[in-house]
Design a protein around this ligand. Structure first.
Ligand SMILES: [Zn+2]
Length: 280
């Protein structure tokens, strides 16, 4: 089965009465069947996103081949997306390997430079039918070793969002509206007014990063205000590591390692199913 780009996947999601698509960070290959289990049990299409760190760890081709194989055998419409990438050469590698969606993150650059580079990525991707996500504003917290301190958080403005989308032609836009990357212990405060205003002028699906710290109520509201892609990463990682820690601690060294990983994978499936339920 060919992979879907974001636009194609979102159409499937809408036809199945979802308002948004969850995009789930894969950290290791072991987690992959757990993702497909959750998609099957919820009749949801699946978006899997890969950090550049994970892509280097597993290899682009192994990821594409594994995801394609499961998408076909499990009959799940699937999009494979490269998350937060500031390196155009790495984006080219992902495109050549068969990823169906990429994110260029130029949020640390000036608006002009961000527009210029993002447009260059759109020009690389569009002829290959690959969707492109851009980012505007600086989302706080840390992800894959890159950190944005609280004093450097900048929220996306309505004006910039309009110009950015018009001039780059991105398929979807990541916005900084109050969420934070990583394990967020407090309650993220989504700026609903800002979100609604950006959505009105941007006219492309908006992306919520740092979905872990958002309350269920806030999430349900955000997906009615223009958020059509929700990134979830930390929550699966926390569950997986937590389950593994206790299983490894209790186990014996000659137990099959499988015995330790199955509960961790089941916990990941559970997290995905709970998140997907919020997008209906
Ligand atoms: Zn992110």
């Amino acid at each position: 089965m060919a992979l879907y780009n974001f636009n194609e996947l979102y159409q499937v999601a809408q036809a199945r009465h979802f308002k948004a698509v969850g995009s789930f960070n894969l950290h290791c290959l072991e987690m992959l069947p757990a993702f497909f289990n959750a998609a099957q049990q919820t009749n949801s299409p699946l978006m899997i996103q890969i950090s550049t760190g994970t892509a280097q760890y597993l290899g682009y081709r192994l990821l594409v081949d594994s995801v394609c194989s499961l998408a076909e055998s499990q009959n799940v419409p699937t999009c494979l997306h490269l998350d937060h990438c500031s390196d155009i050469a790495a984006i080219q590698t992902a495109i050549d390997a068969g990823f169906s969606s990429v994110m260029y993150d130029g949020s640390h650059l000036s608006l002009d430079e961000n527009i210029k580079n993002t447009r260059a990525v759109v020009e690389l991707a569009r002829p290959r039918n690959i969707s492109v996500e851009g980012e505007l504003g600086a989302i706080g917290g840390s992800e894959d070793g890159k950190a944005v301190a609280e004093e450097h958080i900048t929220f996306t403005t309505v004006e910039d969002a309009k110009r950015f989308v018009d001039e780059t032609g991105v398929d979807m836009l990541a916005v900084s509206i109050g969420t934070v990357h990583g394990l967020y212990t407090g309650k993220a405060q989504i700026q609903h007014q800002r979100l609604a205003e950006i959505s009105e002028v941007a006219r492309v699906p908006l992306v919520l990063h740092g979905g872990t710290g958002v309350s269920d109520e806030d999430m349900r509201k955000a997906v009615t205000e223009g958020i059509n892609k929700v990134n979830v990463g930390t929550e699966m990682n926390v569950q997986w590591v937590g389950q593994c820690k206790s299983a490894f601690e209790k186990g014996k060294v000659n137990d099959s390692v499988r015995k330790f990983l199955i509960p961790a994978n089941d916990a990941v499936t559970q997290v995905l199913m709970e998140k997907i339920a919020l997008f209906k």
